[in-house]
Design a protein around this ligand. Structure first.
Ligand SMILES: [Zn+2]
Length: 104
């Protein structure tokens, strides 16, 4: 048994390479697969994209992508704020030492 390739739709689209008007076809290449083809007569580009229906783990993948934040380097302001906090912490420590020194 061979896999049937049925043209579902055909029309005009823009070539992804040279942006000229090109023929596109949607071909059903299997029970769960739809192939999008663009055949450009101008530059000879044969673009092909395979679409499959929404997979069961599609939303899980989407969530995983959302959870991972892009690495953001600290801004100059954030670095200065950290320096200030470090300086204040050190200063507070020195003050505590002095107070303890007076009491003793
Ligand atoms: Zn083209």
């Amino acid at each position: 048994m061979t896999v049937m390739s049925v043209v579902v739709e055909r029309g005009l689209a823009r070539c992804p390479r040279c942006v000229a008007v090109a023929d596109y076809t949607f071909v059903e290449s299997g029970p769960n697969s739809l192939r999008y083809e663009v055949n450009c007569g101008k530059c000879g580009e044969a673009y092909c994209e395979v679409h499959t229906p929404v997979a069961p783990d599609f939303t899980a993948v989407g969530d995983a992508l959302v959870v991972i934040p892009p690495p953001v380097p600290p801004t100059a302001f954030e670095l200065r704020r950290r320096q200030a906090v470090a300086w204040l912490t050190a200063a507070a420590g020195r003050i505590m030492v002095r107070i303890n020194g007076i009491r003793h």
